[in-house]
Design a protein around this ligand. Structure first.
Ligand SMILES: [Cu+2]
Length: 755
């Protein structure tokens, strides 16, 4: 639990206070749940009432500081809360145990710094590293470990300094690597400081902390590229409305051209394939709706229905692609629509303006793209200001023809939505939304130009320019930093549109606007790409490291011996957790399950399983049959000594096949030789072998499914220490394979067979 407090601090340091606050709230919730972590709530309360109260108040101070992004205050409160927990630990255990735990906790904090650095937030990582170093120097364990294990002490401190240095130099990968070495030294140090049962319990707590880290690190990423694609689709939404508007104004040719251009742009857009993949149905209805819209425009028919189809399909696409950032983009779209309403009012169309604003209101009430709920959750006060104070009043002002009120409430809806965007989303998503908003305004300006309203068109494009120049919620700076060339193109293309609109050259303005649309998408892409948006494999790697660390941990065997069922549940839930992280999406349940099993495991290694809180039942079925059943080989599992000299050897390590890919000639034999960890097996994926090739696996079963079943029910097909599995390959092509118990930890490989 103490390690998790520091996870939250690390997130705040990395500039993600909202994620830090979420972790803090979760720590609080788990603590309040009396049966939760270590049964800590009850124990702490029983140990010392005063200490308990101090802990609770520090925890809430911490949550507060985390939610407002005050890293320094958060760190202070976390340290204080952590000290309260430490005192509680001391109340129940001796000084050496407390020191051992202290050292492991410091190790977890070093690894946080490494992960934060690997996620690209090197400045925040350096700060976390510095704070950890200072804490270590102050800690009682400092002198104790120096005395008990001088080499370990030096490794721990030296690697910690390397983490700080690498982070300062902006080298995230090096910082991550050094942090692993430092944590591993901390774990070793704990064994030097206390008995192996206690140190083992601490090592399991470290595994628990690692799992939470992997979850926390996934929050460090900005939104992925999906947000940039959603920006493209948001731009199309505005363009479709503009086309319908031009058609209604009798500008049939311009309207039809606009839809044609939109179509052409989409066919070549980066967003095209992701849209199709994310939501095939909406993708198809979008294309169909767009054709229908064009036909309606050309035939002079009502565009209402096809426009609605286009808009709804695009909205589904935005929601599917932008995920939790969909409300940010929806707010950008609303802002563009409401700007358009104001423009219509100024054009002497008050009823049209009111209808348009009512449409926005209705969409908002429908909770389109989850904006309503998200706004309300983000800030009740902001929500009231947007809806009641301004949006409702704006509609009324349009109808009353009250110019002053229109000005006040137009500004009001714009500023409240903008406030929401910056409060809810990080700079990356705000930038993507800013690109979408600017894009929409530019097209509105072009529509005005087509209608011969040069002044208004120039004013619209000018206001887009001004919005960007004023900073656009950090978009301007983020783009300039992310990609200077993209930044310059964005600005110069905006200038091109403006001069075309000012010159009253509507067709040239349309063309320039499509050029600008591309720049807006490129800008969103550039910011997303640099904004920590692409964490790539990091969360998966962090989770997998948890598995690997356990496979080679000293406590591994202790736990297996102490209580086999607990051991199995622990490992299964860890595997499931790793799988969940690698798949992306919500890992809350999986990490919670694992944390429960890890807690039980800690009780098991100190011989107090009877006192352990019960764990969830999610992994019970995974235990069935495997229990203590002995591992048996298959027909081609042999003694390692029997491996032929001319066989190509693949090392079967703790949780990897090395090398992961080998190439052999047809007719040659590959020997999969056990080198580390517990029992592994080797199975060809049924759908990853050449056509016509027989399925193969270490169980000697004739299908993958049968081999999995043999493993699950009888532990057949296992390869243990001192053994090897031999397979002679006849069919040319690629054979993908894996190990059942460790697939989630990335234990997969490929054999390429050549002529
Ligand atoms: Cu394995």
């Amino acid at each position: 639990m103490r390690a998790r407090l520091y996870d939250a601090v690390a997130l705040v340091e990395a500039g993600r206070p909202e994620a830090g606050a979420t972790v803090a709230e979760d720590v609080f919730a788990r603590f309040e749940n009396a049966g939760g972590e270590w049964g800590a709530h009850e124990q702490l309360e029983a140990t010392n009432e005063q200490n308990y109260e101090a802990f609770e108040s520090h925890l809430s101070e911490f949550a507060e500081a985390a939610s407002t992004g005050e890293a320094g205050a958060a760190r202070e409160a976390a340290t204080a809360a952590s000290d309260n927990l430490r005192s509680a630990t001391l109340g129940r255990t001796d000084e050496s145990t407390a020191r051992a735990f202290e050292l492991q906790l410091l190790g977890s904090r070093v690894r946080n710094a490494g992960l934060v650095a690997a996620a690209g937030h090197t400045a925040g990582a350096a700060a976390v590293g510095q704070a950890t170093l200072a804490a270590f120097e102050r800690a009682a364990v400092h002198d104790a470990v120096e005395e008990a294990a001088p080499e370990t002490y030096e490794t721990f401190e030296g690697e910690l300094e390397s983490v700080i240095e690498a982070a300062d130099a902006g080298d995230g990968a090096a910082a991550h690597e050094a942090s692993e070495a430092s944590l591993s030294a901390a774990v070793d140090g704990a064994y030097a400081l206390t008995d192996s049962q206690t140190a083992g319990a601490g090592e399991l707590a470290v595994a628990q902390a690692r799992a939470f880290d992997a979850t926390a690190v996934s929050k460090l990423g900005g939104p992925g590229r999906g947000v940039a694609h959603a920006t493209t689709l948001t731009g199309y939404r505005a363009q479709a409305y503009d086309a319908a508007r031009l058609a209604a104004a009798g500008e049939t040719t311009a309207a039809s051209t606009l839809v044609g251009e939109l179509f052409a742009d989409f066919e070549g857009a980066d967003a095209h394939d992701p849209f199709e993949e994310a939501d095939a149905e909406s993708y198809e209805s979008f294309e169909a709706g767009l054709s229908a819209l064009r036909s309606a425009i050309e035939a002079g028919e009502d565009t209402g229905e096809p426009l609605a189809t286009v808009d709804e399909s695009l909205l589904s696409g935005v929601t599917a692609l932008a995920g939790e950032q969909a409300p940010t983009l929806a707010a950008a779209f609303f802002r563009a629509r409401l700007s358009d309403a104001r423009q219509r009012y100024a054009n002497g169309e008050p009823e049209a303006a009111a209808t348009l604003a009512e449409g926005v209101f209705e969409r908002f009430e429908r909770n389109e793209a989850n904006l309503h709920e998200t706004l309300e959750e983000t800030s009740e006060e902001l929500y009231t200001r947007f809806e009641e104070d301004h949006l409702a009043a704006l509609i009324e002002a349009f109808r009353n023809g009250d110019d002053d009120a229109v000005a006040t409430h137009s500004d009001g809806v714009q500023s409240t939505l903008f406030e929401f965007q910056t409060a809810f989303a990080g700079t990356t998503a705000v930038s993507a939304a800013g690109a979408a908003y600017t894009d929409a305004r530019v097209f509105d300006g072009v529509v005005a130009a087509h209608r011969g309203d040069t002044d208004r068109g120039a004013a619209l494009v000018g206001s887009a320019f001004e919005y960007f120049e004023r900073g656009a919620g950090g978009f301007h700076e983020a783009l300039e930093d992310a990609d200077h060339e993209a930044y310059e193109s964005f600005e110069s293309q905006l200038g091109t549109v403006r001069s075309a609109v000012e010159a009253g050259e509507a067709d040239r303005a349309s063309e320039a606007a499509f050029g600008f649309h591309d720049q807006a998408v490129a800008a969103a892409d550039a910011v997303v790409g640099s904004g920590g948006g692409s964490l790539g494999e990091l969360p998966g790697t962090a989770a997998q490291e948890t598995f690997q660390a356990f496979e080679t941990a000293r406590v591994h065997e202790t736990l297996e011996t102490a209580d086999h069922d607990t051991y199995e549940s622990f490992e299964n839930s860890l595997g499931e957790f790793v799988g969940a992280v690698r798949e992306g999406g919500d890992t809350g349940d999986a990490v919670g399950q694992f944390a429960d099993h890890a807690t039980r495991a800690q009780f098991a290694v100190v011989g107090a399983l009877g006192d352990a809180p019960a764990a969830g039942a999610a992994n019970e079925e995974a235990d069935s049959g495997s229990g203590d059943t002995e591992v048996v080989g298959g027909p081609n599992v042999v003694d390692a000594e029997e491996v032929p000299d001319d066989a190509t050897v693949v090392d079967v390590e703790a949780v990897a096949f090395a090398p992961e890919e080998v190439t052999v000639a047809a007719g040659e034999t590959v020997a999969f030789v056990h080198r580390g960890g517990e029992a592994h097996n080797v199975l060809a994926y049924a759908d990853q072998i050449p056509e016509g090739a027989p399925e193969w696996n270490s169980a000697g079963a004739d299908s993958e499914a049968a081999a999995v079943d043999a493993w699950d029910s009888q532990r057949r097909g296992g390869v243990v220490s001192g053994q090897a599995y031999l397979r002679t390959f006849e069919t040319v092509g690629e054979h993908g394979y894996y190990c059942v118990p460790h697939e989630a930890a990335g234990m997969v490989g490929t054999v390429i067979v050549e002529e």
